[in-house]
Design a protein around this ligand. Structure first.
Ligand SMILES: Cc1cc2nc3c(=O)[nH]c(=O)nc-3n(C[C@H](O)[C@H](O)[C@H](O)COP(=O)(O)OP(=O)(O)OC[C@H]3O[C@@H](n4cnc5c(N)ncnc54)[C@H](O)[C@@H]3O)c2cc1C
Length: 412
């Protein structure tokens, strides 16, 4: 029954990605125009997008939206392959179903989260219905439920991961299986004893720079993200193998004991699919400058995934504490490098005013800011501008200091 809803799921995935793109276009456009509080100058306030926290709120979601968008393109191709009859075997249909079941939950959750964050990141303006965050969020709310509830869909993905894992070892002779078991056990000792962590720390030799370089490396990111899926599937499969000879009641209880973990593995698998789609997408970009910026965005996506699940990577010996410490700093560095391209990155979605239909994405804030700056400049030039209290106090303090110095000179 769940399987028949695949066409709807493909559409929901695309619509959710489009909603995230619209929200980020409006929020990032506004954030590059809206000025609030003066930190670095008495005369000009800062643009919101230059605050580190603002970058942390919007840019990782922009990176996740790009990843979801690349993954959606691949889903559409698979969908076209099956429904055009070009590649329409039973296996192709199963692959399409699993892919749709994995991507729809992530993109619809991302859309709700992005719409809410963009709404807050644009302050009171974001709350106005004319800027569409609230209405889009209300429209998108049901996406996580209809055409298959997200949590239930991820169980479908988990089941497929377990089936594939079991298939891989079906009919394998005892010798190979024994060798596999030995290498698994060796792998486990390596991870659980933290030996790999020690090796990483030694290789990094206390250098934050080397740690950052390793994290930037595509193969390191791929290894960390795919190992997280493979080893967790293997762990659960090993436990569930015991369910074979059990009664229905007992085997269901055993399965239920590991349900949460299974859903988390499916989630991690879907994130890996998005990361891989983004990485494949990079290979198709010909312009070196564009490729460089998007590679940074892909790195931001990959490293934020690792940061989100840092406890698992550390607890299971996949990451040294040295590298884990570098992660936060390196993500902040990536944010400052991506910041100058933020506007280009949302403009490349290609939405015009007729799609955005949002006042804060129209450039109105820039006009307002320019007008206010011009008004203040004129007043200052005319000498009519009120003097800031802080400036007066500072002037008084300087005068007192000068009087004191003059007095002590007279005494001397
Ligand atoms: C606006 C709207 C339009 C719809 N349109 C259609 C339509 O046109 N055609 C159609 O066929 N259907 C339609 N549906 C139905 C929709 O597909 C179902 O609502 C959806 O699949 C979820 O099923 P449910 O409502 O029975 O929730 P339930 O299955 O009761 O789920 C409720 C909660 O329990 C959790 N849960 C359920 N099972 C498990 C489990 N095994 N393990 C852990 N957690 C679990 C879920 O994650 C969810 O959070 C529509 C629904 C809505 C809201």
């Amino acid at each position: 029954m769940l399987g028949t809803l695949v066409q709807g799921r493909v559409s929901l995935d695309g619509a959710a990605v489009a909603a995230s793109k619209l929200a980020l276009t409006a929020a990032i456009t506004y954030s590059t125009q809206r000025r609030q509080f003066n930190a670095s100058s008495e005369l000009r306030e800062e643009v919101l997008m230059d605050y580190q926290r603002h970058q942390r709120r919007l840019l990782p979601r922009l990176a996740a939206t790009y990843a979801a968008s690349f993954a959606h393109e691949e889903l559409l191709e698979k969908f076209d392959d099956v429904f055009s009859g070009r590649n329409d075997t039973d296996e192709d249909r199963q692959d399409l179903e699993t892919l749709a079941a994995a991507l729809k939950p992530l993109s619809t959750w991302l859309a709700l989260d992005t719409l809410q964050e963009c709404r807050e990141a644009t302050g009171g303006q974001g709350f106005l219905i004319e800027n569409r965050f609230a209405s889009l969020r209300a429209d998108l709310d049901v996406y996580v439920t209809f055409e298959g509830d997200n949590t239930v869909l991820l169980q479908l993905v988990a089941k497929r991961l377990l089936t594939d894992y079991a298939k891989e070892f079906k009919g394998v002779d005892f010798g190979v299986l024994a060798r596999y078991a030995v290498s698994q056990a060796a792998g486990k000792t390596l991870h659980r004893s933290g030996l790999r962590r020690v090796a990483q720390t030694v290789a990094d030799s206390g250098s934050g720079k080397k740690s950052a370089k390793a994290l930037r490396d595509e193969d390191t990111q791929r290894e960390l993200l795919s190992d997280r899926v493979q080893s967790r599937v293997a762990d659960v499969a090993a436990v569930l193998r015991g369910a074979k000879g059990m009664s229905q009641e007992k085997s269901a209880a055993l399965f239920n004991e590991h349900q949460n973990e299974l859903i988390e593995v499916a989630h991690a698998h879907a994130e890996l699919l998005q990361w891989e789609a983004f990485t494949r997408g990079l290979k198709k970009i010909e312009d070196p400058g564009t490729r460089e910026v998007l590679t940074r965005l892909r790195d931001l996506f990959g490293l934020c995934l690792i940061e989100k699940d840092l406890a698992w990577f550390l607890m299971n010996g996949r990451l040294s504490s040295q590298r884990a410490r570098t992660l936060d700093r390196y993500i902040n560095r990536l944010l400052t490098r991506i910041r100058p391209h933020a506007l280009d990155l949302v403009e490349s979605f290609g939405y015009g005013p007729e799609h955005l239909r949002s006042a804060i994405a129209s450039g109105a804030e820039q006009e307002r800011q320019d007008e206010a700056a011009e008004y203040t400049r004129r007043r200052r030039a005319s000498g009519d501008a009120p003097i800031d209290e802080k400036t007066l106090l500072a002037r008084e303090a300087r005068q007192k200091k000068a009087q004191k110095a003059a007095k002590s000179r007279t005494k001397g």
